[in-house]
Design a protein around this ligand. Structure first.
Ligand SMILES: Nc1ncnc2c1ncn2[C@@H]1O[C@H](COP(=O)(O)OP(=O)(O)OP(=O)(O)O)[C@@H](O)[C@H]1O
Ligand SMILES: [Mg+2]
Length: 260
């Protein structure tokens, strides 16, 4: 059986007017069907840029190489913009790091959830409305019909996060990328959102790529964990401890060595 998503040797460079930034330098991983892979790494290690690369959403200043293979063998990075538009949302969906940035502040929640349903799924307004209510109920928004008329600023942080999860699930994606989906939330809401993501991906048969800078956040949820550090992704499925120890040993001076 082929994997849900395979990333091979992803490299991203940004060409700025006076410098070149190597944002991602050789990331490879395999996301198996129905499993949860966590990518953990410090700030600036290239996690968000990796997610955007998987969706082929990088700006024109980026030079990208490598391949992103879907389960049918198609390479997202080799597709035209028209082809990749059919892939986004349906094959791979992304929950952005900042929910407010993913939502338009002057449009109602309902219109923003209906939009992909109408464009990608060809639903009528009425059908899209019914599905939007279902989606909001599925992610635990109370009184979903009433809340379709709300604007983003009327929602709490937890409700916004639930809403962007609902939007990502709208077109029944096979693979869901969640880029630090709980960073802005307090600890108890974080746990609820992560539990929701895990339950929904299991119930709906979605393969989940969970990005975090916090190992403890993903420890109980992921089937496999990859640790990303600037310049390299150490991918050690079922062997996370070893990867971490190796990084710690190579990056820290031996005890007392500097004093000698
Ligand atoms: N548009 C851009 N132009 C130039 N450099 C960029 C651009 N976007 C990101 N970078 C650089 O790429 C590197 C990786 O950024 P990225 O946002 O992927 O980090 P991250 O691991 O997601 O960090 P965080 O945990 O803070 O979200 C950083 O050094 C960042 O400054
Ligand atoms: Mg990020």
């Amino acid at each position: 059986m082929t994997a849900a998503l395979v990333a091979r040797d992803l490299r991203v460079r940004f060409h700025l007017h006076d410098a070149v930034v190597n944002a991602v330098t050789g990331v490879s991983f395999t996301l198996e069907h129905g499993s949860t892979l966590a990518i953990v790494g410090e700030s600036g290690s290239g996690k968000s840029i990796t997610c955007l690369t998987l969706m082929s959403l990088l700006p024109h200043t980026a030079e990208v190489s490598g391949s992103v293979l879907l389960d049918d063998g198609r390479d997202v990075l080799a597709m035209s913009e028209a082809e990749v538009r059919h892939v986004r949302g349906k094959d791979i969906a992304l929950i952005y790091q900042d929910p407010m940035a993913a939502l338009n502040p002057v449009r109602t929640i309902g219109s923003q959830i209906r939009e992909p349903l109408r464009i990608h799924m060809g639903m009528t307004r009425r059908a899209a409305n019914t599905r939007a209510v279902e989606l909001l109920a599925m992610v635990g928004i109370p009184s979903p019909e009433r809340h379709l008329k709300s604007y983003p600023h009327e929602f709490s942080g937890g409700m916004l996060q639930r809403t962007v999860i609902a939007m990502a699930l709208a077109c029944n994606p096979k693979v869901l990328l969640a880029d630090e989906p709980t960073t802005a939330l307090d600890v108890s809401i974080q746990a609820q959102i992560l539990e929701l993501l895990k339950r929904l991906s299991e119930d709906l048969g979605i393969s989940l790529l969970l990005v975090s800078h916090n190992m403890s956040v993903v420890a109980g949820l992921a089937d496999e964990i990859a640790v990303m550090v600037p310049l390299m992704l150490y991918c050690e499925p079922s062997c996370v401890g070893v990867a971490l120890v190796e990084i710690a040993e190579t990056s820290l001076p031996a005890c007392g060595s500097e004093r000698q």
